[in-house]
Write a protein that binds this ligand. Structure first.
Ligand SMILES: [Zn+2]
Ligand SMILES: [Zn+2]
Length: 257
């Protein structure tokens, strides 16, 4: 299994995963052209994607979904509540091929299984995902709300993970955001801090199964890759190989061996 974060953060999210001959995109928060070009840079044709799976209704995850479908003919997977909430907020345009799932479903694509996991984030009906193929499990875990029951157990069960590491609490406290936004981010339906994410990885590292973690959905104002990496290295004691998903660029191809 391989994966590429094409972009990650509040200005747009899109993760590519390929396994067992199946190619998936998780979220459609960057433009069609950006997704097409960043996939092409790694030798992948966006028109060959089998499905676009949407995590939740926030614009940074769904904004360009209509284009992915109309321009490239990609089937769109979303929960009914996600689609209704997103359609009310941003103009997705005409959608011809929408396939509904529920936020606790398992989606099967050939030999690949996508487990949807309901999240307490403040989207209408958010999901995180575990992709499973040939006994390997990859997590796509962002916009999580808080460290909900079962999250630690899920991370422990993974061979690799994209994990939200959104903010540094001191930077958030000292930063320019208005009080209500600060409260939203650190509240029970917002995002995970560097420390919360690192503690999950520290626990998971004990099982020796986790091959790497790619820190995702970093805030521009309230975090920095070097700050996130420092916190993670301190808490995990260097026991987890780390990558950081860029806010403006794609990662390298990350392999789950
Ligand atoms: Zn988001
Ligand atoms: Zn969100």
């Amino acid at each position: 299994m391989i994966a590429i974060s094409l972009q990650s953060g509040s200005n747009g999210n899109c993760i590519f995963v390929e396994a067992d001959g199946i190619k998936l995109l998780f979220d459609a928060g960057i433009t069609g052209v950006q997704a097409e070009e960043r996939l092409a840079a790694h030798g992948y044709n966006i028109r060959k994607i089998d499905a676009v799976i949407i995590s939740h209704d926030h614009g940074d995850h769904i904004r360009h979904a209509g284009v992915y479908q109309r321009k490239y003919g990609l089937p769109l997977y979303a929960t009914p509540a996600t689609l209704a909430a997103a359609s009310a907020r941003c103009n997705l345009g005409k959608l011809n091929d929408v396939r509904h799932f529920r936020s606790s479903d398992k989606l099967r694509f050939g030999g690949l299984l996508v487990h949807a996991i309901s999240t307490p984030h403040d989207g209408a009906d958010g999901s995180a995902f575990v992709i499973e193929s040939s006994m390997k499990r990859l997590g796509v875990l962002t916009d999580l709300g808080h460290v909900f029951k079962d999250l630690a157990r899920i991370v422990e069960s993974l061979d690799a993970v994209f994990l939200e590491s959104n903010y540094d609490p001191a930077m958030l406290a000292a930063g320019p955001y208005p009080a209500h936004l600060k409260q939203r981010i650190k509240g029970p339906h917002g995002h995970l801090s560097n420390k919360e994410a690192a503690e999950l990885l520290c626990r998971a590292a004990k099982s020796k199964r986790l091959q790497w973690a790619c820190l995702a959905h970093l805030s521009e104002q309230n975090n920095h890759p070097s700050v996130a990496l420092r916190t993670h290295c301190e808490i995990t004691d260097g026991n987890v190989p780390l990558y950081v998903a860029g806010r403006y660029s794609a990662t390298e191809i990350l392999t789950v061996a």
